[in-house]
Design a protein around this ligand. Structure first.
Ligand SMILES: [Zn+2]
Ligand SMILES: [Zn+2]
Length: 268
C-alpha cells in the first residue's frame, strides 16, 4: 500500500517516505531541478535521510526540506550531470559551513566517482573532495546496508555505468530505475515493489536512440510484469509533452500511477 501523504505513519516504525526534490529529465526545467529524491525512514530514534541522486539545481530545493547537515548518506545512480553535478555545491556547504565542517558522508556510486566529481569541482589532483565524501563503489547485484535501508544495485543499460536501485525496509520497498534503456534486469529488481520510480524520457512516437532511455509504454510494461503496487513516472525532459507520456503509460499499465513533480511526497 502507498499513498501521497505528508509524513510516515506514526504507527509504522518502518514506514518509508519518498520526496521528489527534482525530476526533470536530462537537464533542469522551468518547473523542476534535475534528478534528486529524498528517502526517509525512522532509525535509532530519529529519521534517517538517504539522498538518491543530486542533479543540477537540486541542492537549492533540497534546503527547503532538510538541513543539509542531516543527510546521512547519498546514493548516485550514475555520473551524468543531471544526476550528480550538485555534489560540487554540497561539497562547498559541507567543507566551509560557518557552523563547522560536516562529518564525511558515505556516497555509494559507480567506480571512479571520487576523481570524476573532484575534477568537476575543479580540484587539481582529481581527488580533492574525498575529505567530505566517503566514496564506495556499487557492486552489481549486491546489497549494502545504510541505516534502516537495504539497498540493492543492478547495472542497467546506459552510455555510462548506471545502476537501478532497490531500497527496502522490512515492510516497504522502492525501486528506482535511474537512467536506462530497455533492461530486463530492471524488471527482476522491481518485482513486488511498493513504489516503482521509473524513468520515461522518450515517447513512443519519437525516433529513439537505442540503449539510452525508456518510453512510458516500456515503464508501464515493466511495472505490469514486475507486479508493482504503484508506478511513479519520472525523468521527463522539459521539451517533452507530458500528456503523451501519460498516454503511452496507459497502453501497458492499468494500475495506479502518476507523473511525479518536484515537491511530491509518497509514504509506503
Ligand atoms: Zn538523466
Ligand atoms: Zn544519464
Amino acid at each position: 500500500m502507498s499513498a501521497p501523504a505528508d509524513r510516515p505513519a506514526a504507527d509504522d516504525a518502518t514506514a518509508m517516505k519518498l520526496t521528489v526534490i527534482g525530476c526533470s529529465g536530462s537537464f533542469p526545467g522551468p518547473d523542476s531541478p534535475a534528478s534528486c529524491y529524498l528517502v526517509e525512514a525512522p532509525f535509532d530514534g530519529r529519521v534517517y535521510r538517504l539522498l538518491v541522486d543530486l542533479g543540477s539545481g537540486a541542492l537549492g530545493n533540497l534546503q527547503r526540506l532538510v538541513d543539509l547537515r542531516d543527510i546521512d548518506a547519498i546514493a548516485l545512480s550514475h555520473l551524468h550531470a543531471d544526476h550528480c553535478f550538485d555534489m560540487s555545491g554540497l561539497y562547498v556547504v559541507s567543507r566551509y559551513h560557518p557552523d563547522g565542517t560536516f562529518p564525511a558522508i558515505p556516497v555509494l556510486s559507480p567506480e571512479g566517482a571520487g576523481p570524476f566529481l573532484g575534477r568537476a569541482y575543479g580540484s587539481d589532483d582529481g581527488d580533492g573532495i574525498t575529505d567530505q565524501f566517503d566514496f564506495r563503489d556499487w557492486v552489481d547485484g549486491e546489497s549494502v546496508r545504510l541505516g534502516p535501508f537495504t539497498v540493492t544495485s543492478r547495472l542497467v543499460v546506459h552510455p555510462v555505468a548506471a545502476y537501478a536501485l532497490r531500497i527496502e525496509t522490512p515492510s516497504a520497498s522502492i525501486v528506482y530505475s535511474g537512467d536506462t534503456g530497455p533492461a530486463e534486469q530492471l524488471v527482476d529488481l522491481a518485482v513486488g515493489a511498493d513504489l516503482f520510480l521509473c524513468e520515461a524520457s522518450f515517447v513512443e512516437s519519437g525516433t529513439n536512440p537505442p540503449a539510452l532511455h525508456l518510453t512510458g509504454a516500456e515503464a508501464g510494461d515493466y511495472a505490469t510484469r514486475a507486479g508493482v503496487g504503484r508506478l511513479l513516472v519520472t525523468h521527463i525532459p522539459a521539451w517533452t509533452d507530458r500528456a503523451e507520456v501519460e498516454a503511452d503509460v496507459k497502453t501497458t499499465w492499468d494500475g495506479p500511477f502518476e507523473l511525479v513533480s518536484a515537491g511530491s511526497t509518497y509514504v509506503v
